[in-house]
Design a protein around this ligand. Structure first.
Ligand SMILES: [Zn+2]
Length: 115
């Protein structure tokens, strides 16, 4: 699963809106930056490319990058937080499915091989 899969499914304005009050300006939203706590509406969120940029502290990126910087967490934790918050359906990786099958049927196959 890549970041884009998650970002595509995250409601951008609502995600950033949890941390700062955003005002609409076309497809852009402006607010005070939750990262550097400035109060000049330097925080820009684009609903088109789903990125943020702060003109004060120059922080930028997507919702995952934002949570990493805001909460000092790993990108894995940030991804998981977005998945949980927005109930994003995460498809199983093909490798995981095979591993599950091997775990389930491995012992049975071993038994069969012995008989
Ligand atoms: Zn900032």
């Amino acid at each position: 699963m890549d970041d884009k899969y998650i970002i595509d499914r995250v409601p951008v304005r609502k995600t950033f809106g949890q941390y700062t009050k955003l005002s609409a300006d076309g497809s852009f939203w402006w607010g005070n930056c939750p990262l550097c706590k400035e109060e000049d509406n330097s925080f820009l969120v684009s609903t088109i490319n789903k990125q943020f940029y702060c003109y004060a502290c120059k922080a930028s990126g997507n919702a995952i990058d934002f949570l990493v910087q805001l909460n000092s967490i790993s990108s894995t934790a940030a991804r998981q937080e977005l998945i949980n918050t927005w109930g994003i359906h995460v498809p199983c990786e093909p490798g995981e499915v095979l591993n599950d099958l091997a775990k389930k049927f491995g012992p049975v196959l071993k038994k069969l091989a012995k008989t």
